[in-house]
Design a protein around this ligand. Structure first.
Ligand code: GDP
Ligand code: MG
Length: 444
């Protein structure tokens, strides 16, 4: 994942005051790989990397940041900027009924999204909505929307005898006017691949309906194909926005960047499930983190910078790196730093991959426990902290009494310490994690 790869290259950038072509090359290569892995289309990746390079070069690095961290921030901020800054809602301030036209390939999720939009507009914006389907090629498609509309209790335009998509659209619009609906959501037919007949039809629908919103619906999982479809639909229609569906799957989100770049239109919503309530406003910052695969590493970087004594952290990291003994003093330092950063849970939640830690490790370490453990270590002699193996029964009783705890608590602490020691050894062997921690501050 990118975090690991980045931190590896970040390390090389330490202690350099300015970003140069030379010291960002490796990191940019890793960013490029990560974007490709996230299914961002190649031309989009190239353009993006170029933008980042331009912004980064010559930039001074403030003393509290390593150049690598500064570069990660630039990459992230640029991703957010390219994807549109703040989330954008629907623009329906026209004479009602405001028409929303959905276009996209077959299976993209148009019909499902039509129902989701109807529900969202009714429940969150208190608008009266009508649904219509112009998918005349597959009777099942019209049934599908009719069923969804009935489930939601939203009026559905029943097509008359006509088999012509544009005629249905006109009738639906007339009915929406008669019913004084605020919004008419129009579902259209898609094909499996872009073809001229489909484009001609959706263009004719656009002309007949004069929609307030013309939304391109695209499957987040479709990867590179999303870029091709976006290019074709963007060329055929004056799109006003994009809805990215199936973002609940393991798509890395690269389609969001590609489609935004190619159409120049904002992604407005994410489909996050099959149910009619599974539609979320698009959040560029969250998507940027997802594309980079770095959990919430950026905010972690910020917190560490604010709160951790860098020198101490580096000393510890050096020690761990050299494989020197990790003793109870180090353990206490770590715990104190964790406590300053909002406790273990807060810290772990921000680390990618932390979810895989055993539940027990997380549960054992709430904040009260953290303070108790620190108190116990404080009641030990320096020699005991350096060589915990000398802590026998009578020493345990003394330590427990001194820290206002029980012997069981001392035993538990020693067990936790041994676990942490093992963890340190394991991380020493696994470069990525160690480097991540070295880059961010204290060892975990
Ligand atoms: P259309 O051909 O563009 O109208 O696509 P449909 O609306 O019929 O959706 C195709 C399939 O994708 C259906 O099985 C939907 O349930 C599923 N689907 C649509 N949107 C989402 C989504 O956001 N998440 C998930 N997991 N499935 C979705
Ligand atoms: Mg459909």
């Amino acid at each position: 994942n990118l975090t690991q790869r980045l931190t590896r290259t970040l390390d090389r950038l330490r202690g350099q005051g300015r970003l140069t072509e030379d010291n960002i090359r490796d990191t940019l290569r890793e960013v490029r790989m990560a974007l490709l892995e996230a299914d961002v289309a190649l031309p989009v990746v190239r353009a993006f990397i170029e933008r980042v390079r331009e912004r980064a070069l010559g930039q001074e690095v403030t003393r509290s940041l390593t150049p690598g961290q500064a570069l990660v921030k630039i990459v992230h901020d640029e991703l957010v900027a390219v994807m549109g800054g703040a989330a954008e809602g629907l623009r329906l301030a026209v004479e009602p009924p405001a028409v929303i036209l959905l276009a996209g390939l077959q299976g993209a999720g148009k019909t499902t999204t039509a129902a989701k939009l109807a529900r969202l507009l009714r429940e969150r914006e208190r608008r009266s909505v009508m649904l219509a389907s112009c998918d005349v090629y597959r009777p099942a498609a019209i049934d599908q929307l009719r069923t969804l509309a009935a489930e939601l209790g939203v009026p559905f335009h029943e097509p008359g005898g006509t088999r012509d998509a544009v005629a249905i659209a006109r009738e639906a619009l007339a009915e929406a006017r008669r019913r004084v609906a605020d919004v008419l959501v129009v579902d259209t037919a898609g094909r499996l691949h872009v073809d001229e007949a489909m484009m001609a039809e959706v263009q004719a629908l656009h002309a007949a309906l004069n929609p307030a919103e013309t939304l391109f619906v695209v499957d987040a999982m479709s990867g590179q194909d999303a870029a091709n479809a976006a290019r074709a639909f963007g060329a055929a229609l004056p799109l006003t926005g994009v809805i990215l569906t199936k973002a609940d799957g393991d798509a890395r989100g690269g389609a969001a960047l590609s489609v935004r770049h190619i159409t120049g239109r904002p992604v407005k919503f994410l489909g996050v499930g099959e149910r009619s309530d599974a539609l979320e406003p698009f959040d560029p910052a969250r998507m940027a983190s997802r594309i980079l695969g770095m959990g919430d590493v950026l905010s972690l970087v910020e917190e560490v910078q604010r709160k951790v004594d860098r020198d101490k952290a580096e000393k510890l990291a050096r020690k761990v790196r050299k494989g020197e003994g990790f003793d109870l003093e180090d353990f206490r330092d770590q715990l104190e730093q964790m406590s300053r950063m909002g406790g273990v849970a807060a810290l772990l939640d921000k680390l990618p991959g932390a979810a895989s830690l055993p539940e027990g490790v997380r549960a054992q370490m709430d904040d009260r426990e953290l303070r108790r453990v620190i108190a116990i270590i404080n009641s030990m002699t320096p020699r005991e902290r350096r060589r915990p193996d000398i802590i026998n029964g009578s020493r345990k009783r003394r330590i427990a009494a001194g820290s206002g705890t029980r012997v069981q608590d001392v035993n538990r602490l020693l067990k936790q310490f041994h676990q942490a020691q093992k963890l340190m050894k394991r991380m020493r062997r696994k470069g990525g994690m160690r480097n991540l921690l070295r880059g961010l501050g204290p060892g975990l």
